[in-house]
Design a protein around this ligand. Sequence first.
Ligand SMILES: Cc1cc2nc3c(=O)[nH]c(=O)nc-3n(C[C@H](O)[C@H](O)[C@H](O)COP(=O)(O)OP(=O)(O)OC[C@H]3O[C@@H](n4cnc5c(N)ncnc54)[C@H](O)[C@@H]3O)c2cc1C
Length: 557
Amino acid sequence: MFKVLKNGLKKYKDRRVSGNLKRYYTTQGEVPISADVVVIGGGIAGCNTLYQLTKRGVNAVLLERAKVTSGTTWHTAGLVWSLRPSDLEVKLLQDSRNVYNSLEKETGEYAGWINNGGLFISRNEARTQEYLRLHTMGKAMGIPSEVLSPTDAQKVFPILDPSAFEMALYSPQDGTVDPSMSCNALLKESKKNGGKVYEECAILDIHYSHNLLGNKEVTGVHTDKGFIKTKCVVNCAGAWGPRVARFAGIPALPLVPFKHAYVVSEGIPEIRNAPNLRDHDVNLYIKIQGESCHIGGYENNPLILDQLPDNLQFHLYDLNWDVFNVHMESAASLCPTLANIGVKSTVCGPESFTPDHKPLLGEDPNLFGLYHNCGYNSSGMMFSAGCGIQLAEWIIKGRPNYNMFTFDIRRFTPSQMSRAHWAREASFESYVKNYSIVFPNDEPLAGRDTSHDALHQELVEDGAIMQVQQYDWGGAHDYPRNQDTKYEDILKGEYTFGFSKHFDIIKKEALAARNSAALFNLSYYGKFYLTGPDAQRTADLAFTANLSKRTDGWSRS
Ligand SMILES: Cc1cc2nc3c(=O)[nH]c(=O)nc-3n(C[C@H](O)[C@H](O)[C@H](O)COP(=O)(O)OP(=O)(O)OC[C@H]3O[C@@H](n4cnc5c(N)ncnc54)[C@H](O)[C@@H]3O)c2cc1C
């Protein structure tokens, strides 16, 4: 087992932006009477947003209620990867690396980017397949990676036990970004481009009015340093995002704060300059900082933060070793040396998670001019620089350059947005499954059975399986895990990159539809009501069916 240092554990305190770093950015005095855009929150998301907006000539102001980075950003591990099983995410990560890389040149000072590479560890056949797919996808997108045998992997990460895994993927463009230095550099550049940054300046309210069509539009923000007239506000308040949304009359965002943690080991000279490491099969990551390993991961029984006080700044929680210990055991199973290394300090802070493990970006469908940029699911350092570019384009041109639908706040239906219980359960699953293999036909298990259609009962009586009720990953919700695992067992047949194990059932259904008759329940489809003088023209543009031929005006597309 790992050992804890004799002089006791420290909580990590040595990396605040308010420490010895020069503070280039704060603007003193009253807030301006107006701005094109007001960015709320001075974490990495807010700093990247301000940077991209001011770079494009937008008159933007950032307001931070405490000190820059004091929410989640200051204590991040700061890992930046290159390969994810989504082409959008690979592109965003590439953009992020480009931003962090170029900051040093722009500012003339080191901006905290370390390009030490990354190593992915595979312990089983399915994971190996996933990595090989990533490797191929990377090739197609210009992201280099190298497949390594366990003994070759040990050459780049000397404390690995090669018998603990079956292959590794080396990704040379990965690295780490220092939160204080990067935020400092982003704000320094923003200021050069005309941006203003106010610390100790809390948003107290977001004002809006109704336009001629009855839609709500942002008109300004009320702060404890005065009122700023603006038509555009960006919610970069991280785990406090839902609270900021409430200032604007938006009752809920699907964002749930969790405790997330890593520990800092004593020095191990052999690992200096080694790449960062991800052992997805045991939900583990190791960041290399000098000669220390920062060991963290995603446990099955994470702790939801029911309370997140407003005045939390540079705050860390005591680490719950009962929850965290699993990562120490996993780390020791991969790197036996770590079993005998002491832990110098622990870092456990708040971070937001969302029901589908994607951030919340874009304009709120209920309030014109309110944009969100929060809910980063423990990847805000690596994504927010790329997302900042897209968001700036979105605000300026009305749409992002990339197809951002999977990150767009509008992907959630109004009823999902209003169901706190669903958001909680589903976000819990997204935390737990953060490192699970992303199979193309996987389905979430938590938060099911929240709405029923007219045929529900009849189908259940006929043997349909609708849900895994109260899905409890690690017994953290104080109720026993559901005993009926029928659906879960069937779903396992979909955990493949090839044909589903249930292909014969799908085949039967398709043949029945073709050769005899099939009844499809489409009641869960979205419904749009198009009204007004241009309704027909819009429908002709949007739908493949020719609606003008239908007397009832209905179409299914
Ligand atoms: C232990 C740990 C390890 C992590 N490791 C990684 C990693 O390796 N790689 C990675 O990419 N990500 C990682 N993350 C996640 C990453 O750090 C976060 O996603 C990111 O820092 C969130 O940044 P943010 O700007 O959205 O939020 P924050 O940094 O929390 O910033 C939000 C800011 O808004 C301010 N605010 C709130 N309300 C108001 C108001 N009313 N008025 C004005 N200001 C307000 C807050 O004071 C705060 O400063 C990790 C997180 C944790 C906890």
